[in-house]
Design a binder for this molecule. Structure first.
Ligand SMILES: NC(=O)c1ccc[n+]([C@@H]2O[C@H](COP(=O)([O-])OP(=O)(O)OC[C@H]3O[C@@H](n4cnc5c(N)ncnc54)[C@H](O)[C@@H]3O)[C@@H](O)[C@H]2O)c1
Length: 278
């Protein structure tokens, strides 16, 4: 296929999950500013409605639980009914729950993987077929994290989910070559959002056996830059979509972490290299 050039965002229809707050809200507002019709989706239905109302008639607020496939199917139907074909999907909803992996319960795992990984699976499964059939330029952004490439402390569940998102996104990127659908893994570092209060949306079925909801543990001793604002991350992300980038990072300091991480992995090849050399 010939080089399709930059992706034209203006005037498209976009769906953003987790858009009641933080990065998702920033994306929804940035897309609206680009003249897109935007479906503002969140498990906090009142927040989705408030952000959509503030954007105006080009936005629709929808309550969606991305961990529930039926709920994501309803989101796809609501978007289609209101705006027609969807060209941009931001699988952004996510929760962070830093707790030592050795102490994690099945409920911890099910909640975090249900939102962060299954949420993306549901979005891709419900929206991608229509994008491919439309024959139009379309793009999916999956919000992973720097924890999808370098795990920080106490992030077993979060990093497992985000590694899954990166792996899924890279695989889709390969499978979608030759089509008009592109895909991006958004890998932010620090962003000022409500992510550390994710437990506010932890479902009752996932409560601890004793009824408590353990607090967020400290997550990182990494040397990363001060957190960005969601609007800044939204602009970096839209630039990535225009460039049809596979990855979007938000902090140059992550490069050194990634290099050190990969150096450790590459060092594990030394015995094989030595054996092959005889
Ligand atoms: N803030 C950061 O530093 C940072 C860094 C890397 C990655 N991320 C990722 O960015 C994404 C957005 O998070 P944020 O930082 O804006 O946090 P946030 O808490 O401000 O926003 C997340 C939104 O997701 C919604 N949500 C939670 N569970 C949901 C569910 N089951 N279904 C639908 N919506 C649900 C929340 O209500 C909230 O509005 C997440 O995937 C997160 O993992 C954040």
């Amino acid at each position: 296929m010939t080089d399709p050039g930059p992706f034209e965002i203006r005037g498209r229809t976009a769906v953003v999950t987790g858009a009641g707050s933080g990065i998702g809200e920033g994306l929804a507002r940035a897309l609206a500013a680009e003249g897109c019709s935007v479906v503002v989706s969140d498990v906090e239905g009142d927040r989705a409605a408030a952000v959509a109302a503030d954007i105006g008639p080009s936005a629709l607020g929808v309550r969606t639980d991305v961990a529930d496939r039926d709920s994501v199917a309803e989101l796809a139907a609501a978007a289609r009914d209101r705006f027609g074909a969807v060209h941009l999907l931001f699988n952004n909803a996510g929760v962070s729950y830093h707790r030592r992996g050795i102490h994690a319960t099945y409920e911890d795992w099910q909640w975090v993987l249900g939102v962060n990984l299954w949420g993306v699976v549901h979005g891709v499964t419900e929206f991608l077929p229509a994008m491919l059939e439309s024959g139009e330029d379309c793009h999916i952004v999956n919000t992973a994290s720097m924890n999808g490439i370098v795990p920080s402390a106490h992030s077993a569940m979060y990093s497992a989910s985000k590694y899954g998102v990166v792996g899924l996104t890279e695989t889709l990127h390969n499978e979608l070559q030759g089509t008009r659908v592109g895909v991006t893994a958004l890998c932010p570092a620090g962003v000022t959002t409500r992510i550390t209060d994710s437990v506010r949306n932890r479902p009752d079925w996932a409560a601890q056996a004793d009824g408590t909801r353990p607090p967020h543990a400290p997550s990182s001793s990494f040397d990363i830059s001060p957190p960005l604002q969601p609007a800044e991350v939204a602009q970096l992300t839209l630039d990535g979509v225009r460039n049809r980038a596979l990855y979007v990072f938000t902090d140059p300091k992550v490069q050194a972490l990634l290099e050190a991480h990969h150096a450790t992995m590459l060092a594990a090849f030394a015995p094989l290299t030595a054996a092959a050399a005889g």
